[in-house]
Design a binder for this molecule. Structure first.
Ligand SMILES: [Zn+2]
Length: 218
């Protein structure tokens, strides 16, 4: 039987763990590993089928190792991209380190691969990249009032980006209806032509369901 290149390179001939036959069919599977904010990483893993007794599996017991190494490398790539993004947004690394109570120069070490964040450190970085305003919250030592205001301000700013506002359009009607668990907003826009005649009218609705409101007393 002709030996496969990878077996020669691994200096290992694949043998069936059940019957000892070396008549093995190799099935190569491509897998994509992707972590948030990272580029997808393609890996290939081998599964084997014994042509004599028919059992299938990872006879060389390599796949778990290959996958976990790939996940680790995908995480490093994510952390690199996140730190790069944050620096491009002109957020100072030492300000982030202070806000998150990280030792000085931790981020540059993570970025250069001189050290790696723990699993919770990685999750923290995903959270900060997704919601950069968390840094503001952390900077204020999670003060409940500041946290609420920072959060609402960020949410409203995101909400405004969802509403297509064009300067010449005229809002003829708008309103907001809040119930105990939902928020409904609507705007009616009249598009006018040069002679200020109404060209078209449209109404846009925005609704957020399952919102919980809490009464705030200050
Ligand atoms: Zn076999």
């Amino acid at each position: 039987m002709m030996k496969k290149l990878e077996d020669v390179m691994n200096k290992k001939v694949v043998i069936c763990p059940a019957c000892g036959s070396d008549s093995i069919e190799t099935i190569e599977t491509e897998k994509t590993i992707k972590e948030p904010y990272g580029e997808p990483l393609r890996i290939s893993i081998n599964e084997y089928t014994c042509k004599v007794c028919g059992i299938q599996g990872d006879f060389l017991d390599n796949n778990d190792q290959i996958i976990s190494t790939a996940i680790e490398s995908a995480k490093k790539n994510s952390i690199y991209n996140i730190i790069e993004d944050l620096s491009q947004k002109k957020i100072s690394m030492s300000a982030i380190e202070r806000a998150l109570d990280l030792p000085q120069r931790t981020l540059s070490k993570w970025k250069n691969g001189l050290s790696s964040p723990s699993a919770s450190g990685v999750t923290l970085m995903y959270a900060v990249r997704t919601y950069p305003w968390l840094l503001d919250v952390a900077q204020h030592k999670f003060d409940p009032i500041v946290s609420r205001d920072v959060h609402i301000k960020a949410a409203v700013s995101d909400l405004l980006k969802m509403i297509p506002v064009i300067q010449e359009d005229i809002f003829t009607e708008s309103g907001m209806i809040a119930t105990s668990n939902s928020l409904f907003m609507y705007i009616k826009i009249d598009k006018k032509d040069q002679n200020t005649q109404i060209e078209s009218s449209k109404r846009e609705n925005y609704s957020l369901k399952d919102v919980s409101f809490t009464e705030v007393t200050e």
